[in-house]
Design a protein around this ligand. Structure first.
Ligand code: ZN
Length: 294
């Protein structure tokens, strides 16, 4: 009798355990489908602990902004690698016509070569953000080189518009703890992205692409719009690049995103609208010229 009771307890415990595991796995697939979270994250207890603490939105220890509020049907538009003379003005005109504020992650040497374009971006009240001076991968560089890359871009932008930057994105999203340390020291925030439009495939040299990306078809306006609209989820940050094909795609892409019921908001507004709001002054006026703080 006692043996049967014990057996019953084991069976119940195993069933409960099985149901919990099945529920966890099913939930992981749902989160991947509905929220665009990678399955490797969705099955990880560490991810859920961070998410419970709101760190999947903004991690205050590492100062990384990952995405906007899951409860708001908004997306942010980020445009990297400019300003590029052949496309920047067309991008700006479309953004103005469509009344969208974007975040431009600028490359310092492009800034030095095209300060007028930076002034135009600033005049249209877009967010101006740091994307290093030479667009180099930072993850293997020494602290000194990382600092120089970020600092030189700061100086270039300050020379162009007299303002500082508080948002930063590393090229190729490659970074190390050294990069995090330098950004913390400078009081900057790293901005991740969630939707890639792969709009650089065929527009940048092959050596800049991973083997997987090299296999993809060359970007076209239609492909850009498809990549973006198929991956739309509330709170996503869209990654585009300053190039002529993207400039052609931008207007119809904005319309297609809005047709699905989404609105655009800047990165700063997205951070302000998180469950635990984060306030950043994206481009404060530079009172003093940036000092060498290494
Ligand atoms: Zn880039």
């Amino acid at each position: 009798m006692r043996q049967m009771q014990r057996k019953g307890i084991y069976i119940t415990a195993a069933t409960v355990f099985g149901l919990v595991v099945a529920g966890f796995v099913l939930n992981a697939f749902r989160v991947r489908r509905d929220e665009g979270v990678a399955l490797s994250s969705a099955v990880s207890p560490v991810y859920w602990a961070d998410r419970f603490a709101g760190k999947d939105y903004f991690n205050p220890d590492r100062r990384i902004f990952y995405r906007g509020n899951r409860e708001r049907k908004t997306v942010a538009l980020t445009i990297d690698d400019g300003p590029y003379p052949l496309s920047c003005q067309k991008l700006l005109k479309t953004l103005k016509d469509k009344n969208v504020t974007a975040s431009f992650f600028l490359v310092g040497k492009q800034v030095d070569g095209n300060p007028d374009l930076v002034r135009m971006i600033d005049a249209d009240k877009h967010e101006i953000c740091n994307h290093t001076y030479d667009h180099v991968r930072l993850d293997k560089l020494s602290r000194e080189k990382v600092f120089d890359q970020i600092h030189a871009c700061d100086v270039a932008v300050q020379n162009a518009i007299g303002k500082k930057m508080t948002l930063f994105r590393p090229p190729g999203m490659r970074f190390s703890n050294t990069v995090i340390d330098v950004l913390k020291q400078k009081g900057e925030v790293m901005v991740h992205w969630g939707i890639g439009a792969k709009d650089f495939v065929g527009t940048v040299p092959d050596y800049e692409l991973t083997p997987e990306l090299r296999k993809l078809p060359k970007t076209t306006p239609k492909r850009i719009i498809d990549y973006v609209t198929k991956q739309l989820k509330p709170g996503m940050i869209i990654l585009l690049h300053d190039n002529p094909i993207t400039a052609e795609a931008l207007g119809p892409m904005i319309d297609a995103v809005r047709a699905q019921g989404y609105e655009f908001e800047s990165c700063a507004d997205m951070m302000k609208n998180l469950p635990n709001p984060v306030y950043v002054d994206v481009n404060p006026i530079a009172v003093n010229l940036v000092a060498d703080g290494r």
